[in-house]
Write a protein that binds this ligand. Structure first.
Ligand SMILES: Cc1cc2nc3c(=O)[nH]c(=O)nc-3n(C[C@H](O)[C@H](O)[C@H](O)COP(=O)(O)OP(=O)(O)OC[C@H]3O[C@@H](n4cnc5c(N)ncnc54)[C@H](O)[C@@H]3O)c2cc1C
Length: 332
């Protein structure tokens, strides 16, 4: 299907609830699309704690967040949903077409997606990478400024500056080492919010580590050529030649536009009924973003809500179909 086709179910958010909703929607034969602002699936698990163990998911006595996401993605992809990453849904509108309700989802950077129903699985809001308030950073995006390491090959033979002291920054520094000509890690203090093993590995590696340093300025016209960094205790400045800078500063979540769509909200949460329906026609919500009596913000409950929402959305699109999906053990 193309972007202009009307999907049965469009899911805003590719975290655990969105991924399970995608699986269930596929199981019910619905054409499904998942949209997420991040370049990766997994929601909070990948953005905030990929290397932490989770102990309270049924069937997993202990599982790394990133491994759980891999399995969820595999399960969701069984029915080939369309996946649109790096798109933030900014507007949700209803219109009628040939007597049928059509939902229009507008995204940054300017696409419009059409759907019969929508499941909002937006967690704590759209995750965007934390950035720095320094000159020319925005101008250099795509010209050597990176917020993710998606493809290591891009950095082959390059001099790369990695900024940050968390797991993400250290993981990137370590994975870039065999590919890049030189890796320099800049961190604003000497405390790392990362696994001890990763910290030990980085210090034992040939990468250059500059503690108590911060990025001040980037240089270059069409591409990053150098960076000025400063020691935040002495003020001493240093300009180093680089080809790329990777900012591993974590993420900020923002409910942002969702507040403007006419949904019934309590603080930052969307009110839903027991079928996960919101106050807007054909719009359901699941996971951390929802509120109802007895709500618990857990992966186990988020995924159960996703199954409920997908089945009710299917029944909304096709009232002849049963809400109860039957047992998957009888189907696959
Ligand atoms: C450090 C930490 C540890 C945790 N440990 C556990 C644990 O051990 N067990 C447990 O059960 N739970 C745990 N949780 C909670 C668990 O991660 C959440 O309950 C779960 O992630 C909720 O899933 P979700 O799909 O509802 O939302 P999220 O995981 O938040 O995913 C929402 C996704 O929607 C996207 N999105 C939002 N708005 C938009 C938009 N407008 N356009 C496009 N995309 C959008 C976001 O970018 C994000 O990727 C933990 C949370 C944290 C922070």
């Amino acid at each position: 299907m193309s972007r202009q086709d009307i999907y049965d179910i469009t899911i805003i958010g590719g975290g655990p609830s969105g991924l399970f909703a995608a699986f269930y929607a596929g199981l019910r034969g619905a054409s499904t699309k998942v949209i997420d602002s991040l370049p990766q699936l997994g929601g909070q698990l990948m953005a905030l704690y990929p290397d932490k163990y989770i102990y309270d998911i049924p069937g997993f006595p202990k599982v790394l967040a990133r491994e759980f996401v891999d399995l969820q993605v595999e399960q969701a992809m069984a029915f080939s949903p369309s996946i649109c990453l790096e798109e933030k849904v900014t507007d949700l509108r209803h219109r009628e077409e040939n007597g049928h309700l059509v939902l229009e989802l507008e995204t940054e950077p300017g696409h419009v997606h059409l759907s019969r129903t929508v499941i909002i699985a937006a967690g704590v809001g759209a995750f965007m990478p934390r950035t720095l308030d320094i000159p020319d950073l925005e101008r250099m995006e795509g010209k050597g400024v990176h917020y993710f390491v998606k493809n290591l090959e891009v950095f082959r033979g390059q001099k790369v500056l990695v900024v940050g002291g968390g797991d993400t920054a250290l993981d990137w520094a370590l994975s870039l080492l065999p590919i890049a000509q030189q890796v320099t890690l800049v961190h604003r203090n000497d405390r790392f919010r990362a696994h001890e093993e990763s910290v030990r590995e980085v210090f034992a590696s040939p990468s250059e580590i500059l503690l108590f340093h911060e990025l001040k300025e980037l240089h270059g016209n069409d591409h990053v050529e150098a960076a000025t960094i400063f020691h935040n205790k002495t003020g001493a400045e240093l300009t180093i030649e680089i080809d790329a800078v990777v900012l591993g500063l974590g993420f900020l979540a923002n409910l942002g536009p969702i507040r403007e769509w006419g949904l019934e909200l309590t603080k930052n949460s969307i009110e839903v009924d027991p079928t996960m329906r919101t106050n807007l026609p054909a719009v359901y919500a699941v996971g951390d973003i929802t509120n109802y009596e007895g709500k618990l913000k857990l992966i186990a409950t988020a995924t159960a809500e996703a199954a409920t929402a997908a089945n009710y959305a299917k029944n909304y699109i096709d009232p002849q179909s049963r809400v109860f999906p039957g047992h998957s053990s009888d189907k696959l």
